[in-house]
Design a protein around this ligand. Structure first.
Ligand code: SRM
Ligand code: SF4
Length: 573
């Protein structure tokens, strides 16, 4: 087969001198608040996106003004763990440069939005002082390594967090471009020309983003099946990790109307021993580096590489590169992909408080809930750590027993733990408008009111306390992992969403398209008879997603290749 033409992104990476390009000049150009298209692409590898405020677009176009540019800055925070001191630095820059808000993400980190070009370096230098950076938080590399956040297993958490941190460092790009461009670091002579700079990636990095996560059953909070490469801890009798089941080929993104693109959950390929973990991770990463499609970015994720080559070929190649075959996968059981809220005492005698943060948005709200200020006060008083969960929530972790009362008081004084229904606590929305350039519909700004309406219908059928997962995204890219939610809502156009049903509560099965092109009212109307049937016909302990499949509302989705098959409502009432 003749080699296919490489995508323009591949050419850009190759000529960028290890992610430098013209970034330094463009960031300093006083004539615009933005940067060139090439620089915007390279910025992603350094953890930033050039965006504009889409609410202001029409008015600025009318006035023939440049777009209202702002930079989104994403922190590299493996496992979502941050110290109080680091929190205070982020709080400070968010207040000064990012609209007095911080956004927790679905991969356990922070985003700041709307940072003006001429403030970017100031922000990055400030966070660098507390040992934080944004390297590879976006881009064609290994980004955002996730790790279980479950506070009930404090010993295992410490071990898994350490592995996630080391994995992030292991796969962090080696180029000094970030330090030179954004932190005024010394130029490393000749680095841009040398071929040995990126020992894992080479000059053109990965064909596409590559995501790794570590789960510890029974919690699947990280949604291990949505990761390109996932590890499921197999914990032995003495509470020690005996090894890891390895999952490969998860991913959520797709494009409406293009069935050759699809979300997919990872396959469990086998088991590896703790000492082999890095060899296996590097094997999977380099297979994708070498085999991934570099001509068509819509077909470049590992999930397509896996489906194109087949699981057996892929597994054999891992054995070749990792120095031995994977063992047979071990048994495991997940119970949920959500968070458990409230106070808990860890095995170490310390206390942990999991707080629900609706859609990850931290700010001081006009209704008196002061989440940003409250968390600043907590960070000032706390000597443990703070964790971001994969469901955009917060854990104030490792609180000494004598500090518990102080934390409790701060949380109450700032109204940080208001009551929320089971549905709201199990809901997530991606950022979408006004900052996301790819949003087709609202998400974060829309879901809270829609949840109120759906809650009313659930309450009418006596289902108010049911834990049902609900996730919304403003486009089919899947940033809130909507295809593994029991109710998935995916933006199609302004106030238009596709409704998906039938995923498993523990994130191990995807949902299926039930109804298309609905506005808010139609979504509630479509769900109403399904809730009615669930209240009446469900079996003992049966989850909503499982019920919608058994009762015939939707066909079961086995995996990516049948995601687009048998769609549409089978049973409507
Ligand atoms: Fe995402 C692109 C936000 C998690 C799949 N994602 C984007 C961009 C950067 C839009 C863009 O390319 O211009 C969004 C920025 C919006 C904004 O204004 O902030 C964006 N993604 C997010 C976040 C902030 C959603 C959130 O509300 O929390 C999450 C940040 C995670 C992090 O900290 O690293 C986020 N994105 C995800 C996830 C979930 C996950 O990884 O577990 C997915 C699905 C899993 C996957 O990767 O398949 C996801 N984002 C995408 C895709 C589709 C990729 C694909 O294979 O097709 C895009 C578009 C792209 O890459 O072309 C995208
Ligand atoms: Fe933007 Fe789409 Fe991701 Fe939502 S799912 S943040 S709209 S890219």
């Amino acid at each position: 087969m003749p080699d296919k033409e490489l995508s323009s992104m591949e050419h850009l990476k190759a000529r960028s001198h290890y992610l430098r390009g013209n970034l330094a000049e463009d960031m300093a150009d006083p004539l615009t608040g933005g940067v060139t298209e090439d620089s915007a692409q390279l910025l992603k590898f350094h953890g930033m996106y050039l965006q504009d405020d889409r609410d202001l677009r029409p008015e600025r176009t009318k006035k023939k003004l440049e777009k209202a540019f702002g930079f989104m800055i994403r922190i590299r925070l493996p496992g979502g763990v941050i110290t109080p001191q680091q929190w205070l630095a982020l709080d400070e820059v968010a207040r000064s440069y990012a609209g007095e808000t911080l956004r927790l993400t679905t991969r356990q980190t922070f985003q700041m939005h709307g940072v003006l070009k001429f403030n970017v370096k100031t922000v990055l230098k400030r966070i660098n002082q507390v040992a934080l950076d944004t390297i590879a938080a976006c881009g064609d590399d290994t980004r955002g390594v996730m790790a279980v956040s479950n506070p009930h297993q404090s010993r295992i958490h410490a071990v898994v967090y350490d592995i996630a941190r080391r994995t992030s460092l292991h796969f962090k790009p080696k180029t000094h471009a970030y330090y030179e461009i954004f932190l005024d670091g010394e130029k490393v002579a000749g680095e841009g020309e040398r071929d040995d700079v990126e020992t894992i990636y080479g000059k053109t990095y990965m064909p596409r983003k590559f995501k790794i996560g570590f789960a510890v059953p029974p919690s699947n909070d990280i949604d291990v099946f949505a990761q390109d490469l996932g590890f499921i801890a197999i914990v032995g009798k003495k509470n020690a990790i005996e090894g890891w089941n390895v999952t490969v080929g998860g991913g959520m993104g797709m494009t409406h109307g293009e069935p050759e693109t699809y979300p997919r959950i990872g396959d469990v390929l086998g088991f590896c021993r703790p000492n082999d973990l890095f060899a296996v991770a590097e094997a999977v990463c380099t297979i994708q580096r070498d085999w991934g499609d570099r001509s068509n970015r819509k077909h470049a994720r590992l999930k397509y590489t896996l489906d194109d080559h087949g699981v057996d070929v892929f597994r054999a190649e891992i054995a070749k590169r990792a120095g031995g075959p994977l063992e047979k996968a071990r048994a495991f059981k997940f119970t949920s992909n959500g968070d458990r809220y409230g106070w808990t005492e860890g095995e170490n005698g310390k206390h942990h408080l999991t707080l629900f943060v609706e859609n990850g948005r931290l700010r001081d709200f006009p209704d008196g809930r002061r989440l940003l200020t409250g968390m600043r006060r907590v960070a000032e008083a706390h000597d443990g750590e703070i964790r971001i969960t994969p469901n955009q929530n917060l854990i104030i972790a490792n609180i000494a027993p004598e500090n518990r009362e102080t934390i409790e008081r701060l949380v109450a004084d700032h109204r940080m733990a208001e009551n929320a229904t089971a549905l709201r606590r199990n809901s997530m929305a991606c950022v979408a408008l006004p900052t996301c350039g790819l949003a087709l519909a609202e998400s974060e700004r829309y879901l809270p009111n829609l949840v109120t309406k759906i809650e009313e219908r659930l309450a009418a059928y006596g289902l108010a306390d049911e834990n049902i997962t609900l996730r919304m995204t403003g486009c089919p890219n899947g940033c809130a992992r909507p295809y593994i939610a029991e109710i998935g809502l995916v933006g199609k156009g302004p106030d238009r969403y596709n409704l998906y049903l039938g995923a498993a509560f523990d994130g191990s099965r995807m949902n299926k398209l039930y109804r298309e092109d609905l506005d808010g009212e139609a979504i509630v109307a479509a769900l109403d008879p399904v809730f009615a049937a669930y209240a009446k016909e469900r079996q003992k302990g049966e989850r909503f997603g499982d019920f919608t499949v058994r009762a015939g509302f939707v066909a079961k989705t086995v995996n990516g290749l049948d995601f687009h098959k048998d769609v549409g409502a089978k049973r409507t009432a």
